[in-house]
Structure formats: structure tokens, C-alpha cells
Design a protein around this ligand. Sequence first.
Ligand SMILES: [Zn+2]
Length: 209
Amino acid sequence: MTHPSSPVHALPLECPACGATSEHRVLHVTAYRAGALLSGIARCSACKHSHPFEVRTRTIPIRVVLSQGPNSRRQSMSFPPEHRFVIGEVLEIEGGTARVSRIETQQDTTPHSALASRIRTLWATVEGKARVKISLSSGAQTIPLTVEMDPEVVLRVGARLAVAGRPLIIYGLRVGMWTQTEEGYEAPAAKVVRVYARSARTPPPGSID
Ligand SMILES: [Zn+2]
């Protein structure tokens, strides 16, 4: 009996054992159709539990060259084909973050941005500090902020976060492809793609706190 092989070796999944949306290593593939379906057994990086999974979200593998000081290493990361990469964008990687430094496509060797589906190779530089993007809701406006923090700092939905002396309340965390809004959901800063926050001083109408 032969098993289908898939170029996706790791992907973010919700874990039925610990409830976290964490990076999972694909241990065994039972079905694979490029850009349509991937199912099998995966292991949660948070609690090490192995469980069946099925992903119908379209993702494609992207070849990423990560450089850190004088060293570089290659790895494959999965992204939706419609994701647009931009120079300077922060990627979450195992144990930290990396900043996109160069994009190469089939047509153009140095575009400023490109769709994942067009990318041949992505270069990124590993960062010491996690750079966390924050979308601050302020009335009808959303203010984009970026803060640096230690990668192991734990961010939690419902918790306060002080940014430049402003007390904010976290109401959502995007980790991998998912946004979690459940009170108490937490993740290390290194894994957080975006924080959704509002000012602690101006609760929206109808808020409980
Ligand atoms: Zn788990």
C-alpha cells in the first residue's frame, strides 16, 4: 500500500487535546490534493498530542531561506496562495520571527511584493526580538502599531498590554491563519502574527468590563 506524499510538513492546526491553535508536524498523510485537501495525522507542538486532521483551506508550500548572522538554512512554510508577501513583513518561525528581505518570483527577481502563488523563493532574516503587529481599534479607525517584545512573552485575550504608556486590552490574537477571540486564549509573542486591541480607557458600547 502506498501513501500519498505531501510537500507540507508543518501547519497551524487547532489541537483537540489542549485547545491551542499551534504549529503541528505532519506525521502521516492519508490524502493529499495540491491546493484542495490534506488529511492525515499531525502532532501538536504545544502538548505533543497526535491526532487526525483534515485541512480544506488551500495552502501551498513556499521555499524560505532563513539567514541568521553568517548562517542560512532552507525550510518549507505553508501559506494561502492569495497571501501577498511584502518586503519587511514579519513571518512567524519556530522559536521567533523572521523579516522578509527578498522576494523572487518566476517573472521578476526583486519585486517589492508578490502573491504566494507566484513565489519561487523567499529570503528572510531571523530576528532576535519578536516584532508584534497590533491593530488598535479606536472608534471607526484602526491604527496599526508595531512593538518589539521578548519572543517568550505570553499574550492573552482579555489581558492588558501597555504600548507607549497607553493601556490596551487585547480582544483577539491571530496565530498562524486563525484569529482567536476567546477570553483567556494565549500564545507567546513569537507566534503571534497580529494583536487586536482597543484602548482600556474607552470600552465600546455594550462591553461588559
Ligand atoms: Zn495540543
